[in-house]
Design a protein around this ligand. Structure first.
Ligand SMILES: Nc1ncnc2c1ncn2[C@@H]1O[C@H](COP(=O)(O)OP(=O)(O)OP(=O)(O)O)[C@@H](O)[C@H]1O
Ligand SMILES: [Mg+2]
Length: 590
């Protein structure tokens, strides 16, 4: 550990402390501030003058009190005990703090991120004499019933295993010794990593698989890829949190990292209290057994909120490096950006658009660049992925504000939430005209395994929805009844798609999750309905007769029914009713 540089407090401006050190301290280092030893981070340096952002309230601090540069930046502690944790932005366990002090955390409370006393059963997977490099697995710990924690050689080490013994250890006990070129190093189950630096990988790979979420509008129309990045912008109450939680519950990611940068204290209390109760539909156990939550309570200083996103990403990368598919949700990145703005303001930096610092775009880029599907470190070829999903809460729902527009440049999927839809209780309120995905090719390759015509079917459905939007414009002026029947058919099918396919309740016993097989089968029945009624219109069958087909109601309720049978039944009813109508019309017109 490097030498501690000391100094004294010169000035205090809210959470920003100006300290004078005896010699130049280091940018990014952690500092113990004042007699209370509050934690802070050096955010700017001018020779021996350091600007320190405190993670906790600074009230009561006085000039002249000591500051100590502890010689390391903010790091994440990574190892057994991390799974299921609820920590704040600087990785202090909320549960422990909560139990100690309730929602208003006492300052200077010093808690190690990973439990130092708890013992874990370490089972080695390599032996003395084996050569290992950074990223290789040296052993495993069955951390929860569902989750095997792989103990990795830290990225920057390599050598020959001298000793390694299985048994019951704490995270800081020595489990073995590694002989390296620069001497012997004790191997422990815990490693640390500075949160603002991406963990190293061998290679970034092209994305090859969609992240399946079980949410139809996402998977079918605007899919995200494993290792991709997605933004969920939406005004107040449009369903950002519900969407992210649905994905946490139902997506096919192995591990979930959930970052709650809420600003209201009770919002975080909800997360802390409710999240551990959520059932994991995959295992029937609790979702928290494969989830880590980074949550900031309201009275934490902005800098802890700013740090939380990096803390979460670093934890996510650590599981990626074990070969898992990780999905990380940040709710919401706007709160993070506001923290950044607040810090920048205190530093008296020149503000750019909407008061955000000029480097906002660089920071957002840095965050989303840490998403990816990668070849992970280690002697063998292995893969892992980290998918980032960020909610954005633009003030007043205005998408032209800087955080939304900047985020747009760095993500691959944009799920635009719409207050109008939310108001009409069309949930998920993802606007199909304003959303987009850059991962269509990846998804199409995967979906065509279920159905070779997937891409065509999807394109047709989307076209019907888009055409309907244009036709509605006209209908608003001249009235729907004045439209030609082929256009009215488009409106009918679009309405069926909206109600019967796009709308999906997060709270309906069956509909909250829709398997890929069911999504394909459902979508096809809507497009087939369209394809087989269009010729009827051309034959001159009036739209009103088509509208009256009983099967329409049946089709629209299929989403709420289980199994394949109802879809098959509806399909044969549809065929019978449509041919009956065609025949009847032929007879009538003769
Ligand atoms: N998929 C859904 N199915 C059913 N209801 C939903 C769905 N999504 C959202 N809702 C309804 O909308 C409400 C608000 O959703 P949510 O809390 O996710 O919005 P938000 O955008 O996160 O709001 P805030 O801006 O306050 O963070 C929910 O309580 C729920 O009633
Ligand atoms: Mg919310």
């Amino acid at each position: 550990m490097s030498e501690r540089i000391t100094g004294t407090i010169e000035r205090i401006n809210g959470s920003l402390i100006v300290g004078k050190f005896e010699q130049e301290a280091k940018m990014g280092d952690l500092v113990e501030v004042g007699n209370l030893k509050l934690m802070g981070e050096i955010v700017r340096l001018r020779e021996e003058i350091a600007y320190i952002q405190c993670y906790e309230s600074t009230s009561g601090l006085k000039p002249g009190e000591p500051v100590v540069d502890i010689g390391t930046p903010l790091v994440a502690e990574l190892g057994p005990g991390i799974m299921g944790q609820i920590v704040d932005g600087v990785q202090r366990s909320e549960m422990e703090l909560w139990e100690l002090t309730g929602p208003f955390i006492s300052r200077g409370a010093n808690i190690s991120p990973l439990n130092r006393k708890k013992k874990w059963n370490f089972e080695p997977t390599v032996k003395a004499g084996d050569k290992v490099v950074g990223g290789d697995i040296i052993g495993t710990v069955q951390e929860t019933e569902m989750f095997v924690h792989k103990i990795l050689v830290p990225p920057d080490l390599e050598g020959t295993i001298k000793t390694l013994t299985g048994g019951v250890y704490t995270v800081t006990d020595t489990v073995g010794v590694l002989e390296t070129d620069s001497g012997e190093i004790d191997l422990k189950m815990m490693q640390t990593w500075p949160v603002r630096v991406g963990r190293p990988i061998k290679e970034r790979l092209t994305l090859s698989q969609p992240l399946i979420t079980g949410q139809r509008v996402i998977d079918t129309f605007f899919p995200c890829a494993k290792g991709g990045a997605s933004a969920v912008p939406g005004g107040f109450g449009t369903g950002k949190t519900v969407i992210l939680q649905q994905i946490a519950k139902w997506s096919d990611a192995d591990i979930i990292v959930y970052i709650g940068c809420g600003e209201r204290g009770n919002e975080m209390a909800d997360v802390v209290e409710q999240f551990p109760e959520i059932e994991d539909p995959k295992s029937g156990k609790k979702l928290i057994e494969r989830t880590i939550i980074v949550a900031n309570v309201s009275n934490m200083a902005v800098s802890a909120r700013e740090a939380s996103i990096y803390m979460g990403i670093t934890i996510g990368e650590y599981f990626r490096d074990q070969g898992y598919d990780v999905a990380l949700m940040a709710d919401s990145t706007s709160r993070w950006a506001e923290a950044l703005r607040d810090i920048s303001g205190r530093l008296e930096e020149i503000p750019a658009e909407a008061g955000f610092p000029a480097y906002l775009a660089d920071r957002i880029a840095e965050i989303y660049e840490r998403a990816g599907r990668v070849e992970i470190l280690g002697s063998e070829q292995n893969y892992g992925s980290l998918t980032l999903l960020g909610a954005v809460s633009p003030p007043g729902g205005d998408y032209s504000e800087p955080v939304t527009t900047t985020t747009l440049r760095f993500i691959g999927t944009f799920w635009a939430l719409d207050s109008q839809l939310a108001y009409r209780r069309h949930f998920p309120a993802i606007n199909w005209l304003r959303s987009f995905t850059r991962y269509l090719e990846v998804a199409a390759r995967w979906w065509s395994e279920f159905d070779p015509s997937w891409e065509r079917t999807r394109a047709l459905a989307l076209r019907v929805l888009e055409e309907a939007a244009e036709i509605e414009e006209t209908a608003r002026i001249i009235g729907e009844k004045a439209l030609p029947d082929d256009q009215r058919l488009v409106l009918l099918v679009a309405e069926m798609l909206r109600e019967g396919f796009l709308v999906q309740s997060a709270f309906h016993e069956i509909d909250r999750f829709c398997s890929p097989e069911k999504q394909v089968a459902l979508l096809k029945i809507f497009t087939d309905f369209y394809n087989s009624t269009r010729p009827l219109i051309e034959q001159g069958v009036p739209i009103d007769q088509i509208r009256e087909l009983d099967v329409i109601r049946e089709i629209m309720r299929l989403k709420e029914r289980e199994g394949e049978e109802p879809i098959k039944d509806a399909r044969s009813t549809m065929n019978v009713q449509i041919s009956a109508l065609a025949k009847q019309y032929e007879v009538n017109s003769q």
